[in-house]
Write a protein that binds this ligand. Structure first.
Ligand code: NAI
Ligand code: OAA
Length: 252
């Protein structure tokens, strides 16, 4: 049984806690301690208000499902505590020197940093961008204004530019852009749209290069408790944890 420490007892944390099969969440931490306490009562995990005490719990892996700020503050100490790490708030890795330091720490500690596929499909083969030339890479994300905590009467483009800048302006909505950038090894182009007639979180990927061309479109059901987050994102952590100790490795 894999033991999991959970950083962030929100929407994603609750979805994964309801499907514990080959893993058990034994320790939880949240900046709002009452959330960790309530979560601990519901799912039988120990709640912590002190992050260093949370790290002393003998867990195999910590799942960060909190915020870019949480991932930035705590990722290094999680690895130094000898635990593998799943990062959901991938926007934290947009800072290249921070990302390289983390990778170096993971290497020294012989630990892994996992970036789940999150709210998209196809992240595995997008890694061909690291070994083969890419001519075009655009992510077009379209969400209902409610998912962006905004209002709009008509379909409106609110950002065009590089993933790095988008992640800084919309950290709760564009972790996908950073996951794609890391996977394919370049700062991808991003368009962010809000559309009052769209009830899904839609991500379209336009990808062209030496390999040929690909178009991937996912129309995700938003999480009822946090419409900015697609339900698929929580499922992707579950499939990652389910396959962690599987000798058969599927995907690139
Ligand atoms: N990589 C991807 O494809 C995706 C990433 N995400 C990201 O996953 C993260 C979690 O998403 P949800 O569960 O929907 O969010 P949520 O807002 O429902 O829950 C986050 C929880 O973390 C806690 N938290 C926030 N900052 C914290 C900190 N500094 N220290 C400790 N606890 C903290 C909050 O109090 C809350 O209980 C978000 O950063 C979101 O942007 C979401 C969807 C897709
Ligand atoms: O990328 C993100 O941060 C979240 C997102 O768009 C989604 O869940 O669809």
């Amino acid at each position: 049984m894999i033991t999991v420490g959970l950083l962030g007892c929100g929407n994603i944390g609750h979805v994964i806690a309801k499907s514990q099969e080959n893993f058990k969440i034994t320790a939880v931490y949240d900046v709002v301690f009452e959330r960790a306490e309530a979560f601990g009562r519901e799912f039988g995990a120990s709640p912590y208000s002190d992050f260093s005490e949370f790290l002393k719990e003998p867990t195999d892996i910590v799942v960060e499902a909190a915020s870019v700020a949480a991932a930035t503050s705590h990722a290094e100490s999680i690895l130094l505590a000898g635990k593998d790490l799943v990062i959901m708030s991938v926007g934290a890795l947009a800072d290249i020197s921070f990302r390289e330091e983390l990778i170096q720490t993971a290497r020294e500690m012989k630990k892994k940093i996992h970036i789940p596929s999150g709210a998209i499909m196809g992240l595995d083969n997008i890694r061909v961008g690291q070994i083969s030339s890419i001519d075009k890479f655009v992510l077009r994300t379209t969400k209902n204004p409610k998912s962006l905590s905004r209002e709009a009467e008509e379909k409106t483009c609110i950002f065009t530019g590089k993933a790095y800048d988008c992640v800084h302006q919309y950290p709760k909505n564009t972790n996908v852009a950073e996951s794609l950038s890391i996977a394919c090894g370049r700062d991808v182009d991003v368009e962010l749209w809000m559309d009052p007639n769209e009830d899904r979180n839609m991500h379209e990927i336009f990808f062209e290069g030496e390999f040929g061309e690909a178009y991937i479109r996912v129309r995700n059901v938003p999480s009822p408790d946090n419409p900015a987050t697609s339900y698929l994102a929580a499922l992707s952590i579950l499939s990652l944890l389910k396959n962690l100790d599987n000798p058969l490795v599927i995907g690139a």
